[in-house]
Design a protein. Structure first.
Ligand code: FAD
Length: 576
């Protein structure tokens, strides 16, 4: 917990956990205010869980949820009322603390000067200068809306796609004015989580401070984007502030929709229910694998698209391998429940995978979509579709590894950048937005029909960098992405089936067949995954070294040219 004291009676914090509540009580807080709607992102403790913990420690609790970037006057009044009624000191929290400090600032505006308020919040790390007009208006002194600060390139998201693109841009044009908007303090190497769940990596190996991965010279804006105003070439931040751009790169990842499975959020991390899709949870997978003596182990895969489509079965293979090595496999009944109808989307890799399914004696259950879990009863329910009919089937488990359903993030879904399915709508070759020529998208959150992987991002980032610079120079995009994605299927500890393919399932191996035959389990591919790929991620991709990822510069395809001509970017450029 990172408590930032704004006044003796008031402090804010990024999201707190149930365990933090006791620490808050010990530090003398007497009330807690939640300013975050439930279910906003990856499992966050629900407000009623924090309420229960607060009441158990004798603290008062108030829920004043506020939608990111949309702090209304009504929210400010309700928050002000809560502060007036609750015993102090009060600790308020949201995702990063920005919304809570914004609410405090606006609730104090009638009594304190804007300078004093901005100094108080600035002193604990919240730069709310964009609020000045609203603060001044609240004291009766109305100022015109401050012009948005403008950068050459604004990048949404400091994940794999955002950092790699910034590095590739700076490699091509050192000194370019780039801002990355990213609310998290830490950056995660998510491809490592399969190996954490398999007992190979420590989870600490998969995390670095965000400050450490930001390329030198990039301005890190430590908050979230809440909406887009592409007609003004601006993004709106969590605190209502705006930043302008000459080119925008959108790479915010996707939403893990835990709430789509009834009862899952309540039991995740307990009762034998786990998921390698979370930093905090992957070690629990390994704990379950180590301690399971016998019984039923179920691994689930939701409907596509998901990030790293092989990850659900990788969890199964590595668990089964550990049980084989410890001699327990004969006592463990393994089932892979897949909402889809095939083990892997590219048929060339299926025979090698089927050999392992047979070796581990795992049952494959297709068209099985997990919809409900009761952790305490150790039961899971699946909607099973057969011959066009769907019926609900109950299964018991001793261990349940869940890959959650995945969708576009809410702030993308409701934005003008989204396609009908909720993804950032880009041209699949140039990665330029379908309607806004100064906007590009890459990574898990965009609409391209490739495998959503960091390997895809490694190839996409240089393409986006090339094309952003072209557009900044008043030229058409000219670099082309071929849909490359890769999935190192960890079929056993020490061997990998290295799937590498592009659009339409075309195989795109990086190595000659005599070195790594992707269709067969390979020791060298395991070494690549365990030793080389983390290094390529942190020290290659994030430093602008484009090993095996040089962008293809091609004459533009008719589709790409059409999309460029259809957008009004040339006019926007003239205007700016
Ligand atoms: P992310 O890396 O998820 O980054 C998105 C960033 O955007 C985050 O930092 C987030 O905080 C930020 N953000 C979100 N909302 C906002 C907002 N409103 N404003 C500003 N910023 C925001 N890939 C492989 O290549 N090989 C593998 O073996 C592999 N295995 C995987 C195994 C697992 C279990 C998982 C979970 C993933 C795996 N992946 C693998 C996939 C890979 O990690 C992702 O494809 C990759 O991280 C996508 O990069 P991204 O930038 O799109 O999203």
């Amino acid at each position: 917990m990172e408590i930032r004291r704004i006044s003796p009676e008031f402090a804010v914090s990024p999201q707190i956990t149930v365990e933090d509540v006791g620490a808050a009580a010990a530090q003398g807080f007497r009330s807690i205010v939640c300013n975050r709607p439930d279910g906003e992102s990856d499992p966050q403790p629900r407000s009623d869980e924090i309420r229960q913990a607060a009441e158990a420690h004798g603290l008062e609790f108030r829920n004043v949820p506020v939608v990111s970037g949309q702090v209304t006057d009504g929210d400010v009044s309700e928050f002000g009322r809560a502060l007036a009624e609750l015993p102090g000191p009060v600790l308020a929290y949201c995702r990063t603390g920005t919304r809570s400090s914004t609410l405090w600032a606006l609730s104090k505006a009638p009594r304190l000067s804007a300078d004093a308020i901005l100094e108080a919040v600035g002193g604990v790390g919240y730069d709310l200068q964009a609020l000045r007009p609203r603060l001044e208006a609240a004291t009766g002194k109305v100022l015109p809306l401050a012009p948005a600060v403008r950068h050459d390139v604004v990048i949404v998201g400091g994940g794999a796609g955002g950092i790699a693109t910034a590095a590739s841009l700076l490699k091509r044009r050192p000194g370019l004015d780039i801002a990355i908007v990213e609310p998290r303090d830490d950056h995660y190497y998510q491809p490592g989580w399969t190996l954490v769940g398999g007992g190979v990596f420590d989870r600490a190996d998969t995390m670095r401070p965000m400050a450490g991965v930001m390329p030198k010279g990039v301005k890190w804006i430590r908050t979230a984007v809440s909406s887009f105003a592409p007609e003004r070439s601006e993004v709106v931040l969590d605190d209502g502030g705006r930043i302008g751009y000459r080119a925008l790169v959108v790479s915010p990842g996707l939403k893990l929709d835990w709430d789509k499975v009834e009862g899952l959020r309540e039991t995740l991390g307990r009762n034998g229910v786990t998921s390698n899709y979370l930093f905090d949870m992957a070690p629990y997978t390994w704990e379950l694998v180590r301690t399971l003596k016998g019984g039923k182990a179920i691994f689930t895969q939701p409907p596509m698209p998901i990030k790293c489509a092989g990850a659900p079965q990788k969890a199964m293979y590595l668990s089964a391998d550990a049980w084989t090595r410890s001699g327990r496999i004969k006592d463990i009944d393994i089932e892979f429940c897949n909402a889809g109808g095939a083990l892997f989307g590219v048929a060339d890799y299926v025979p090698a995978l089927m050999e392992y399914v047979a070796k581990y004696d795992a049952t494959l259950s297709f068209s099985h979509n997990l919809v409900k879990v009761d952790g305490e009863a150790r039961k899971a329910w699946f909607d099973v579709t057969k011959d066009g009919k769907t019926e609900r089937v109950e299964k018991s488990f001793d261990m349940l590894h869940v890959c959650p359903p995945q969708t576009g993030l809410d702030f993308i879904r409701r934005s003008p950048l989204a396609d009908a399915a909720g993804w950032v709508e880009v041209n699949s070759e140039t990665l330029q937005h379908a309607r806004y020529g100064d906007v590009f998208g890459l990574g898990d959150g965009c609409s391209t029909p490739n495998a959503k992987t960091a390997a895809a991002v490694r190839k996409q980032a240089p393409v986006v960098a090339e094309n952003v610079l072209s557009v900044l120079d008043g030229k058409a995009p000219h670099a082309v992405y071929d849909g490359y994605g890769s999935c190192p299927l960890t079929v056993e500890r020490g061997r990998i089936v290295l799937a590498e393919f592009g659009y339409g399932g075309v195989l795109l191996p990086s190595f000659p067949g005599w070195l790594i035959n992707g269709k067969r389990p390979s020791r060298l591919a395991w070494l690549l995954k365990e030793k080389m790929l983390p290094w390529i991620y942190w020290d290659g991709m994030f430093k602008g070294r484009e090993w095996l990822a040089e962008p293809r510069i091609l004459p533009m395809s008719p589709t790409a040219r059409e999309s460029l001509e259809a957008c009004d970017f040339k006019d926007q450029r003239k205007a700016s």
